[in-house]
Design a protein around this ligand. Structure first.
Ligand code: ATP
Length: 333
């Protein structure tokens, strides 16, 4: 059986880390058909839109995609390609994971953190308005239905991953209506999962707790904006932004991608860390039931990091993207 997967290389370091991830996936011995599609800067050049219909059609037909980071084109007058993808594909939950690997410079040994970010609403709906010449507003949009959906998704995920606790994070003391609704809906969903412990923490308290005692954190459920910030934070806690990985989920498709962005300052130099992209590929394999192949990749990554011979700059080494990718492939047994 061959898996057909839509591939978006994306922008910046995407051109280096996505080919690296595909090389690793191909080395699992599974059979893949890559369906290369465009989004981001290249799509604007070719199709005059950040996400052409052909890309959406490919992902809806294959139900699976692996993507690199995309440049946010809002400053150039285009909608954000990531927001467009999430909207057009109905991706309502973004899972971001970061775990500690031996050999990586993090003081938090054994940290293994999951953030589930609500991905459709909040101020990311992009409803902004100028008020006179010197003021502007953004609308924070939250619905009960979507909050319940993402909360149910989070508790199901926690169960599937064998996790013990979901922490709902919010700022409901100030944003009583919006964050209040998100919190209330998530607490309502929690009642159907008595086997999973559930607590709630204000976002400022959560940020402090994450850097003070991340081992006491497990799965974190957050509205869109807080989730975006916490995703980078958990990657940093585990040693590098280059190590965070994840996927976006909806009823019709799943799109996997690393936590970090396009890193334009190091793009084109062949020095980006491909591990976030590679582990996103492993997460995709696990999602389609290829647990063994996913484990093989994760173990190979762990082994390369532990040996410390081929580390990219963000991990304190001097290896190139190719060096670390080849080292991972050599460890895949
Ligand atoms: P964007 O605008 O797309 O978010 P950015 O550079 O502002 O790009 P990130 O791409 O998330 O934000 O990265 C911030 C910094 O972290 C980069 O400049 C780079 O130094 C480092 N970084 C991120 N990802 C990687 C990676 N995969 N390998 C090495 N360094 C990385």
């Amino acid at each position: 059986m061959s898996y057909k997967i839509s591939i978006i290389e994306g922008d910046g370091i995407g051109h280096e880390i996505v080919p690296a991830a595909l090389k690793v996936l191909e080395h699992t011995g599974l059979s893949f058909e890559w369906d290369f599609v465009l989004a981001g800067e290249k799509a604007v050049e070719e199709y005059q839109t950040p996400v052409p219909d052909s890309t959406i059609e490919s992902i809806l037909s294959n139900k699976l995609a692996l993507k690199g980071p995309l440049t946010n084109l809002v400053a150039r007058g285009w909608p954000s390609p990531n927001v467009m993808l999430r909207k057009n594909l109905g991706l309502f939950a973004a899972v971001k994971r970061a775990r500690y690997f031996e050999g990586v410079g993090s003081p938090f040994k054994n940290a293994d953190l999951v953030v589930v970010r609500e991905a459709k609403e909040d101020t990311y709906a992009g409803a902004e308005q100028q008020v006179g010449s010197d003021a502007a507003i953004a609308i924070k949009f939250i619905t009960r239905e979507n909050s319940l959906n993402v909360a149910n998704f989070t508790f199901d995920l926690a169960r599937r991953l064998g996790r013990k606790k979901v922490s709902i994070t919010h700022k409901a003391n100030v944003l009583k209506l919006t964050d209040g609704l998100f919190l209330k809906s998530a607490q309502e969903a929690a009642k159907n999962y008595p086997d999973i412990e559930c607590d709630s923490l204000m976002i400022d308290h959560m940020a402090f707790k994450l850097v003070n005692d991340p081992l006491d954190c497990d799965v974190i459920l957050a509205p869109n904006v807080y989730g975006d910030i916490l995703a980078d934070l958990i990657a940093g806690i585990c040693g590098s932004l280059g190590l965070g990985f994840g996927g976006n989920f909806g009823p019709e498709a799943a799109v996997f991608e690393p936590v970090h962005g396009t890193a334009p300052t190091i793009a084109g130099q062949g020095i980006a860390n491909p591990i976030g992209e590679i582990l996103s590929g492993a997460m995709l394999l696990s999602y389609i039931g290829e647990e063994q192949a996913a484990k093989t990749i994760e173990n190979a990554v762990a082994s390369v990091l532990k040996k410390g011979e081929f580390l990219t700059g963000d991990l304190g080494g001097t290896a190139s993207t190719n060096d670390i990718t080849n080292a991972i492939i050599r460890e895949m047994k």
